[in-house]
Structures are given as structure tokens and as C-alpha cells.
Write a protein that binds this ligand. Structure first.
Ligand SMILES: Nc1nc2c(c(=O)[nH]1)N[C@H]1C(S)=C(S)[C@@H](COP(=O)(O)O)O[C@H]1N2
Ligand SMILES: [Mo]
Length: 331
């Protein structure tokens, strides 16, 4: 696989002896240190800081580490979701509607010779190969919460870089207002693309200023490795302040437009899935509350539900994007 060609040096950046438990403990120790105040924080060793942003590899796929991110708010100190949960409990309807279907079925997805076409209202439309995209900007590791509209969440160490890096390269025209992300729809390798649940291809979209926000990630990996197919290999969006369905997987086209994109879930049920779909505990889904969530891996009889946070906890970073907007109408 081509990402392996980036050299074994990458693998060495990751110490495989560190268990996820020790990393978690290091991160907790760091939180304790920080709680003792500025002086305490200054004492935090670089090793402990690194533990916040470097995660042991599951050792299943090619290494793809990222440097500690410089984007404010892009790393949470919450316990990471186990790789096993994050890679076996998925929504990827092209491979079936059960949470366990993508892990079972997505092995047929062909991620070699992948290209992403950038078109529409830009000065420099281009067809990027995956290799081009991997080299476009340095990889960062960002630990984001992802909140599904169905009421569960995960904490995942993603690897990628801000979508804004690609947007700057293609130079949007003044008339560009929105960005559409189009997923692959290949009936030969995606068994459920023929089904009538959604209109294929899966399309998602953001306002241009949302897509330019540094937190909006173009993701190529997780847990220090390339994405497993079921997570949207080889390249996907991760928009942590919005419900999970806004983060399109296995993207083949990025289109700049002046019209509000017709997104897959909005077309399927407009009254349930709005264009914005910012995580908002005050706006219920028509069929259930959004006030709380279940963290995957914490299930069981006595697991407590967590309160869902406005903008999934990223309000300080992204709230300004929606200043003056009625977020009940623009759900
Ligand atoms: N192409 C495509 N992208 C998709 C989906 C999908 O069905 N097809 N499901 C979305 C939904 S509903 C969620 S919650 C997230 C899940 O991402 P994860 O499986 O990596 O947790 O992917 C989103 N991206
Ligand atoms: Mo979702």
C-alpha cells in the first residue's frame, strides 16, 4: 500500500510497547498536574504532553502518525474509545445499515489508485491523487469527540490536517458559498449502494466558512494508522461540532457551489436532518431527545449517560460562525 512507502521511519515514531492504559494514565497524570496550577503545568514533562497526542498503534494497518496539533481545542483529555469499538461500531450505509455491517463488508472497498476531484467555483480545479493529498500539508493528530445523531459518541484520535489547507490551494472564487463532499458510490464494491435508504452517492456539505474553520479535518487516519475501510478510507471529513452524518466518508469529489447543497440525509428526511446539524442539546430530533448521549465502550446496566454539550463541546471555537442565527430554525 502506498502509505507504507512513506518509510519505516514513521513506524519508529510510535513506541509500540506503550499500552493504551499507560497512555491514558499519563494523560490523567497530566490533568492532575495542570489542576495544581500554572506552576504545576510548567512541570509537566514533554513526555507527558506527548502522551496527550500520541496514541499507540493497534498494529493492524500501515502507520500514519501525526504531530501534536497546533489547532486550539483540537485535543480533549477524555479517555479514548477503544480501537476495537471505533472500528466495529460504524455507520457507513454503503455497506449495510447495521452498526456491525461496515466492519464485516467494507473489505471489498478498493482504496488504491484513489483520486479526489476538486471542481466548481474555484480558480484551480484539479484531480488530486491520494499521494498528492497526503503530501499537501503535515499530518496532525487530533483527539475529537464524534457525536452521532442517534445518541452515541466516541473519542477518536484522528490523523489528518485542516480542510482549509486544501481549500486555500484551490482558491475559491468570490461566488463560492458552500462546499459539497461526495462519497464514492460503486455498486461493484459497495453492496448496499443499490438500496433505497438513501439517494446515492452520499453527499454532505458545509458553508464555506465552516469548511475553512481549522477544526474541520480532512482525515486520512486514526490511532496512528491509515483509516480502516469501514471508517471511510482512504480519506474522509471529520467535523467534530456537527452530528456524525455531516462527516462524509471515502470522498471522491469536493465541489464548490453558490447553492445550498442537497445532502443525502436532508433529501431523505428534511424535517429530521437539517443542513446545519450542529450538535445542540436544546433541539430535539423529532423522534427523540438530543440532551444526552451514550459513550461507546461505557455501555452496560450502570453506565451513566452523558450530557450532550452545545456544539459537542467546541462552542468556544466555532460559536462565532453562528452569531445572530436562530439555531432552532437552522437546525
Ligand atoms: N459515505 C458515508 N459517510 C458517512 C455515513 C454513511 O453512511 N456513508 N454515515 C455517517 C454517520 S451517520 C456517522 S455517525 C459517521 C460515523 O463515522 P464512524 O463510523 O467513523 O464513527 O459517518 C458518517 N459518514
Ligand atoms: Mo450518525
Amino acid at each position: 500500500m502506498l502509505i507504507k512507502m512513506q518509510g519505516d521511519g514513521f513506524n519508529n515514531l510510535f513506541s509500540s510497547e506503550i499500552t493504551s492504559q499507560t497512555v491514558y494514565e499519563k494523560r490523567r497524570a497530566l490533568i492532575k498536574l495542570m489542576a495544581t496550577g500554572v506552576a504545576g503545568a510548567a512541570l509537566a514533562s514533554w513526555a507527558a504532553r506527548d502522551a496527550m497526542a500520541q496514541v499507540p498503534r493497534p498494529g493492524k494497518l500501515a502507520a500514519l502518525p501525526g504531530a501534536k496539533t497546533s489547532v486550539a481545542g483540537a485535543t480533549t483529555l477524555e479517555k479514548l474509545t477503544d480501537y476495537k469499538d471505533a472500528s466495529t461500531y460504524n455507520n457507513f450505509y454503503e455497506f449495510g445499515t447495521d452498526k456491525s455491517d461496515p466492519a464485516k463488508n467494507a473489505h471489498t472497498l478498493k482504496t488504491t489508485a484513489w483520486t479526489v476531484e476538486v471542481e466548481g467555483l474555484v480558480k484551480k480545479p484539479a484531480r488530486y491523487t491520494l499521494e498528492d493529498l497526503l503530501k499537501l500539508s503535515p499530518m496532525e493528530e487530533r483527539i475529537y469527540r464524534l457525536r452521532c445523531v442517534e445518541g452515541w459518541s466516541m473519542v477518536i484520535p484522528w490523523v489528518g490536517y485542516s480542510m482549509s489547507e486544501l481549500i486555500k490551494k484551490v482558491e475559491p472564487l468570490g461566488s463560492a458559498k458552500y462546499v459539497e463532499f461526495v462519497s464514492l458510490a460503486d455498486p461493484k464494491t459497495m453492496p448496499f449502494v443499490g438500496s433505497r435508504v438513501l439517494d446515492w452517492p452520499y453527499v454532505e456539505g458545509l458553508r464555506l466558512d465552516e469548511a475553512m474553520h481549522p477544526l474541520a479535518l480532512l482525515g486520512f487516519g486514526m490511532y496512528g494508522e491509515v483509516l480502516p475501510n469501514q471508517s471511510g478510507a482512504p480519506v474522509r471529513m471529520v467535523v467534530p461540532w456537527k452530528y456524525g452524518f455531516k462527516s462524509g466518508k471515502s470522498i471522491v469529489k469536493i465541489r464548490f457551489t453558490d447553492r445550498l447543497p442537497a445532502t443525502a440525509w436532508n433529501k431523505a428526511a428534511a424535517q429530521e436532518y437539517g443542513f446545519y446539524s450542529n450538535v445542540n442539546p436544546e433541539v430535539d430530533h423529532p423522534r427523540w431527545s438530543q440532551a444526552s448521549e451514550r459513550r461507546i465502550g461505557e455501555d452496560g446496566l450502570f453506565a451513566k449517560k452523558r450530557k450532550t454539550l452545545m456544539f459537542n463541546g467546541y462552542e468556544a471555537q466555532v460559536g462565532q460562525l453562528y452569531a445572530g442565527m436562530d439555531l432552532k430554525r437552522n437546525f
